[in-house]
Design a protein around this ligand. Structure first.
Ligand SMILES: Cc1cc2nc3c(=O)[nH]c(=O)nc-3n(C[C@H](O)[C@H](O)[C@H](O)COP(=O)(O)OP(=O)(O)OC[C@H]3O[C@@H](n4cnc5c(N)ncnc54)[C@H](O)[C@@H]3O)c2cc1C
Length: 149
């Protein structure tokens, strides 16, 4: 699967300890009418528990200049409330975190949950969109970051 080049997103959510986020590249467009997207999230992750409870998530599609944010949001935090503490972010229309400077943003309400062994596929109905900007996207390929130039 490392040979499948992807963009990189930060999936954010709002939990009991505040806003939280994690790096995710298992993200895809599912349908246009209605607009549906899918994210695949490990069941051990804090984000999994938060999205399962809140039934909401947002997606920020990272720009080429945001590799450090991909690394940041791929680490484990002692307290999920720390994840966005040192990161510039804004509120989406319904109050979820959107990472500033991203190529584009979505916010979603969970419309379907599909268990897939140790991951869960969250199908989200897109409630609001923002972007795209002119920035180049961050690309992930064979465990390395690259860009489209
Ligand atoms: C480019 C890229 C793409 C990625 N794409 C995805 C993706 O699409 N889906 C996905 O699920 N992940 C993905 N990841 C990994 C994900 O970003 C990290 O696992 C992240 O830490 C999850 O954040 P979290 O706060 O939700 O989970 P955390 O609570 O930080 O848990 C993360 C991991 O730590 C383990 N863990 C939790 N507590 C402990 C403990 N006490 N001791 C030991 N281990 C523990 C969990 O089993 C889990 O696997 C990606 C990472 C990168 C770099």
């Amino acid at each position: 699967m490392g040979s499948w080049a992807t963009g990189v997103t930060v999936v954010t959510c709002l939990g009991p300890h505040g806003p939280h986020g994690m790096t995710a590249n298992a993200f895809l467009s599912v349908s246009l009418e209605p607009p549906l997207v899918l994210v695949s999230i490990g069941q051990e992750n804090d984000s999994h528990a938060i999205i399962s409870a809140s039934q909401r998530f947002a997606v920020s599609i990272l720009a080429a200049s945001q590799q450090h944010l991909s690394v940041h949001f791929a680490q484990r935090f002692k307290d999920s409330g720390q994840a966005l503490a040192a990161v510039a972010w804004s509120l989406s229309p319904s109050g979820l975190p959107w990472i500033d400077g991203a190529v584009g943003h979505l916010e979603c309400a969970v419309e379907g949950i599909f268990t897939a062994q140790d991951h869960t596929l969250f199908l989200g109905r897109v409630l609001h969109l923002d972007g795209p900007t002119d920035a180049s996207p961050l690309v992930y390929f064979r465990s390395r970051y690259t860009t489209t130039g």
